[in-house]
Design a protein around this ligand. Structure first.
Ligand SMILES: NC(=O)c1ccc[n+]([C@@H]2O[C@H](COP(=O)([O-])OP(=O)(O)OC[C@H]3O[C@@H](n4cnc5c(N)ncnc54)[C@H](OP(=O)(O)O)[C@@H]3O)[C@@H](O)[C@H]2O)c1
Length: 252
């Protein structure tokens, strides 16, 4: 397997950032690429530029996605759509919690349920999930619900691999650290502030770096499954140890 054996791809979250770069990269390999996101205008522009097939759909629209699953045979499923929210589980609204779970985790489970059986039947396919270093490490900044959903994506990727044992359906989890996309602009609701706080002065990854990582995994020979890839900017590290001074009684 590899690009020569795959014909059709579906990329979620295709209207910006990593998703757009992935659509472009997979189109460059000659795949028929179905691009899903909510923003119809941006998808139409991407379709014009790349020849991808746009689907202006919310990943939470399970019934409509089920209809799509009945009409196309997907070889490569890139579960990329995702959102983040300010605050943490102590301050988030009920809607914040529900939306993050619905978009970042529940939708991927449904997409898996709808598209992977066809891959198994054809004994050919590749599922790529975009988790995050937030799914593997705890670090400052709150975002507890986002961390929990991404840990769920990691667990799903691991268990799916076990479930598909013996078949030619491969599963690759890609866990990026900071990538220069719209994610923080959406988080803060202020693109300028996001640029200043998260990108200016840092050499972050570009969306194309993750698209290239996906292409490496998908293009690998049949005998090889890139099961997990953690991709960080060279100057970003994970890890660290926090130890607040004082005894329990000091803090009471
Ligand atoms: N950027 C980073 O530093 C970073 C690091 C680690 C992991 N990630 C992960 O990478 C993935 C891609 O994010 P990005 O950084 O490329 O951010 P982005 O530029 O904000 O792109 C997010 C994409 O997800 C789509 N999306 C959001 N909610 C959706 C919904 N309900 N239904 C359908 N599509 C939806 C958006 O499209 P519409 O608004 O048009 O629907 C957009 O195309 C996410 O899963 C994110 O958690 C990003």
């Amino acid at each position: 397997m590899g690009f020569a054996d795959y014909r059709v791809a579906l990329v979620t979250g295709a209207s910006s950032g990593i998703g757009t770069a992935t659509v472009r990269r997979l189109r460059a390999e000659g795949l028929e690429v179905h691009a899903m996101a909510r923003d119809a205008d941006r998808l139409a522009q991407l379709a014009k530029a790349t020849g991808c097939i746009p689907h202006a759909l919310d990943v939470r629209a399970t019934a409509e996605i089920a209809k799509l699953a009945d009409s196309i045979e997907v070889d490569v499923l890139v579960n990329n759509a995702g959102q983040s929210r300010q605050g943490d589980v102590l301050t988030n609204s009920a809607d914040d919690v529900d939306q993050l779970i619905d978009v970042n985790l529940r939708a991927i489970l449904h997409l898996t349920r709808l598209f992977v059986p066809g891959m198994v039947k054809r004994n050919r396919g590749h599922v790529v999930t975009i988790s995050s270093i937030a799914g593997h490490y705890a670090f400052p900044g709150g975002n507890t619900v986002y961390h929990a959903t991404k840990a769920g994506v990691h667990s799903l990727s691991q268990q799916l691999r076990v479930h598909l044992y013996g078949s030619n359906v491969r599963v690759t989890e890609i866990s990026p650290a900071r990538v220069e996309t719209e994610v923080f602009a959406r988080l803060l609701g202020d693109a300028e502030e996001a640029q200043k706080r998260f990108y200016d002065g840092y050499e972050s990854l570009k969306p194309e770096d993750i698209a290239e990582s996906i292409a490496f995994a998908v293009g690998s020979p049949a005998r090889m499954n890139v099961s997990f890839m953690e991709v960080l900017p060279t100057k970003q590290v994970v890890g660290g140890l926090n130890f607040a001074r004082g005894s329990g009684s000091d803090q009471s």
